[in-house]
Design a protein around this ligand. Structure first.
Ligand code: SF4
Ligand code: SF4
Length: 368
């Protein structure tokens, strides 16, 4: 059996039906509050059919056309991150028993099979980075592992990158090379479908697939090339990390800090950011307490608070920390860049700050 076959557009519902029959909770992209987000999906008519996005620094808008395509848009604010590294979760609870003894109970995430339709290549790359953080260090996160093991990804090759995308320059897109269970390439008349794992093959063999024609393969190749060529942003490449770290006193850090609101939006939407804090939530009756982990941001004052001192007391230092960690010290820490070129931090920054522009301003070179 060929690994890539063709699914007629009118048969897309079979993908959702097979996944549900196999016990998956299915999530798919849908329009909510004027943005495309992942939500429960049982009926493919709820996909964003004919919806397109317009993104630029500080801007995200949707519009509609008569197109029958369901995936002719680039990523919204969500990635896979909130599904795997949840924004807020209980790590352990303490309870006082009848004798007054305090018992500690670890909170464990239940393994739930979840299939996500519409995952993009940059988000697969970001998931790989978060796997490094949560599963491949000295201590492993069991809750992340449970959610990761239950995840089934139906990736979609990007055909319409946003103006803010630059995954081609980071090498993370716009087509998915690995890391998916199933991969869709949307064409006008339907989808090329490729299985990328054993779990993916189990779904693949249940779909009403046909042999894909040479013309369809050619159209997919042309579409991929076009999606790469239309990207207008890029990260400066040569010696980026070393140059950033050699320019910690560059005046541009102060200039960008005059615009940056230290709101942390960029870190919330970034699919690779993993900073978090831990907080206690005791009940007023004094009998129980919960210890929670919440997303944090290097833009908050508390994030650099150590022994009575805030190490990064102003926005200049916080922005510098964000950019140099993403693009320079991440390599020392994990062996790769912390940026997959998804462009979210550009679109969702209320001050329209563009990290490709900031990086180019500091190290020299072009960002487009
Ligand atoms: S760069 Fe933009 S999104 Fe990030 S903290 Fe500053 S203002 Fe907020
Ligand atoms: S730094 Fe910005 S462009 Fe890079 S992965 Fe994070 S959100 Fe995406």
């Amino acid at each position: 059996m060929e690994q890539t076959q063709f699914l007629q557009r009118q048969d897309l519902q079979s993908l959702v039906d097979v996944l549900i029959a196999e016990g998956y909770r299915v999530l798919g992209p849908q329009v909510r509050d004027a943005a495309i987000v992942y939500d429960e999906l049982a009926d493919v008519s709820h996909l964003p059919v004919g919806v397109h996005d317009q993104q630029s620094p500080g801007q995200y808008h949707l519009n509609r056309s008569q197109s029958q395509r369901s995936f002719a848009w680039a990523n919204g604010s969500q990635a896979l991150k909130p599904l795997l590294f949840t924004a807020r979760e209980v790590l352990w609870r303490a309870e006082r028993d009848a004798e007054g003894k305090i018992n500690f109970v670890q909170a464990q995430a239940a393994l739930q099979k979840t299939a996500v339709i519409g995952v993009r290549s940059c988000d697969l790359a970001a998931m790989r980075i978060q796997d490094q953080v949560f599963l491949e260090q000295q201590y492993q996160d069991e809750n992340y592992r449970a959610r990761r093991e239950g995840l089934f990804t139906v990736a979609v090759n990007c055909s319409h990158p946003a103006e803010t995308c630059f995954c081609a320059s980071t090498g993370d897109g716009p087509t998915a090379k690995s890391g998916y269970d199933l991969l869709l390439t949307e064409l006008d008349e339907g989808f090329l479908v490729t299985a990328g794992s054993e779990a993916g093959k189990q779904i693949f063999i249940q779909l009403p697939l046909e042999l894909a024609s040479d013309q369809q393969h050619f159209a997919a190749g042309e579409q991929a090339l076009h999606a790469e060529q239309v990207q207008i942003r890029k990260l400066p490449q040569a010696g980026l990390a070393d140059k950033l770290l050699a320019n910690l006193d560059h005046p541009r850090w102060r200039e960008v800090a005059e615009r940056c609101l230290s709101c942390g939006n960029c870190t919330m939407v970034c699919p690779t950011c993993f900073c978090h804090k831990e907080v206690e939530q005791p009940q007023l009756d004094g009998q129980t307490t919960e210890h929670l982990r919440e997303w944090d941001s290097c833009f908050t004052q508390g994030h650099s608070y150590i022994h009575g001192t805030v190490i990064r007391e102003d926005t200049e230092k916080r922005y510098r920390q964000w950019l140099t960690h993403k693009l320079a010290t991440w390599l020392q820490q994990f062996g790769n860049s912390g940026c997959v070129g998804c462009g979210r931090c550009i679109s969702w920054c209320p001050a329209a700050i563009d990290l490709t522009e900031e990086a180019a301003a500091i190290v020299g070179g072009e960002n487009g």
